[in-house]
Design a protein around this ligand. Structure first.
Ligand code: F7E
Length: 339
């Protein structure tokens, strides 16, 4: 007799990470269930192509009753909490909604697990934003947190509660402290996709309504056909989302719950990103990028770069896609999509 297929329950399944994770788990033979927010028109986002394979449950992280009900009904072996208000920039305009979805949302999951399904394994999506304006480089699991925005503060609540529920109640709750991870499925609210879409729109000479919408629903290039960005000096450790969902799964297969940094170990500035992305299309970034103060944040983090030694040694995970290949993948995908 073969072993019974495992069941996974994913919150945030319609996002970039949720859709890659669902694909990975389906390939591994899991029954995959996902929480879908109730809108008048249900939006499956990046998971639209998985609609016939995933079981969707209408609900909201704001509602503890529905979380308990679904856990009791589905009895997942593994729960991946990827749902959040995940835009740092937006977290200054919506600090309370961010605290609720990103911070309390996680706590509601932990409470539901404690009450209804204490044997389940839980993955909590933590973030390099926790390190904030750190001066320690690179950052690892021991580096102190210095959050500098409402998003990071909400993620800190979730991260500490994950550790507290693990210790206090013996629950299997693990966290992945993920550094930035991108893909052609990334929302244009984030800088990598904003740049790759703008490069493609400029290269293809798109005009008027054919110019795709970017951050905040604003066309990705302005009337002068330029890309408007904020801080070009900001430094991030950018990896490929497809690699990072494998890390999430591996973290839950470990023999004990723990915290792991997931990163590439390389850092690049937004300026480097522009240079690479425009050069994929044979364009010079300096002619095409202008600064708009609107996109400069009230506070910025220190240079973020992760040390992934712990996960490499304990679980054998390492990133496969390098920065240049990631940028190339995203620009090529947008050129193909918009052509
Ligand atoms: O910004 C700078 C900006 O919005 C990256 C989320 O997944 O990763 C992501 O958070 C950097 C920042 O991502 C623009 O100031 C310059 O320094 O792509 P981003 P993020 O804030 O790092 C972490 C790990 C998460 O957990 C988050 O959920 O780029 N930047 N000019 C800009 N950023 C944006 N969005 N737009 C600009 O025009």
């Amino acid at each position: 007799m073969g072993r019974k297929a495992k069941t996974a329950f994913i919150t945030g399944i319609t996002g970039q990470d949720g859709s890659y994770l669902a694909e990975l788990l389906l390939k591994k033979g899991y029954r995959v269930c996902g929480l879908l927010r109730r809108n008048s028109n249900p939006s499956y986002g990046s998971a639209a192509h998985l609609r016939s394979e995933v079981e969707f449950f209408l609900g909201d992280l704001a509602d503890p009753a529905c979380l308990s009900m679904y856990l009791a009904e589905v009895k997942p072996d593994e729960i991946y909490n990827l749902a959040a208000q995940s835009q740092v920039h937006e977290s200054w305009s919506q600090p309370l909604a961010t605290a609720d979805q990103t911070g309390l949302g996680a706590l509601r999951i932990f409470e539901a697990v404690r009450n209804v399904l204490p044997q389940a394994r839980v993955y909590q999506a933590s973030t390099s934003e926790l390190y904030g304006d750190t001066t320690v480089v690179p950052q690892d699991e021991e580096t102190p947190f210095h959050p500098v925005n409402p998003y990071a503060a909400a993620k800190a609540l979730a991260h500490f509660d994950a550790q507290i529920y693990r210790k206090s109640f013996g629950l299997f709750i693990s966290t992945g402290i993920l550094f930035n991870h991108e893909s052609p499925r990334r929302s244009p609210d984030f800088v990598t996709r904003k740049v790759s879409l703008a490069v493609a729109a400029i290269k293809l000479g798109l005009k008027g309504a054919r110019i795709p919408l970017g951050q905040g629903g604003i066309p990705v290039i302005n009337k002068d056909r330029k890309l408007e960005l904020g801080n070009l000096d900001a430094k991030r450790d950018w990896g490929f989302a497809g690699d990072y969902v494998e890390a999430m799964w591996m973290i839950l297969q470990h023999d004990k719950p723990d915290d792991f940094v997931v990163a590439t170990g390389e850092t690049h500035s937004v300026r480097d990103l522009c240079e690479s992305a425009f050069s994929v299309a044979g364009l010079k970034w300096k002619d095409r990028v202008v600064i708009n103060k609107k996109w400069i944040r009230p506070t910025e983090t220190g240079p973020l770069v992760g040390n992934y030694t712990k996960i490499r040694k304990a679980l054998g995970w390492k990133p496969k896609v390098k920065f240049e290949d990631l940028v190339n993948m995203m620009v090529q995908a947008d050129l193909a999509k918009l052509r």
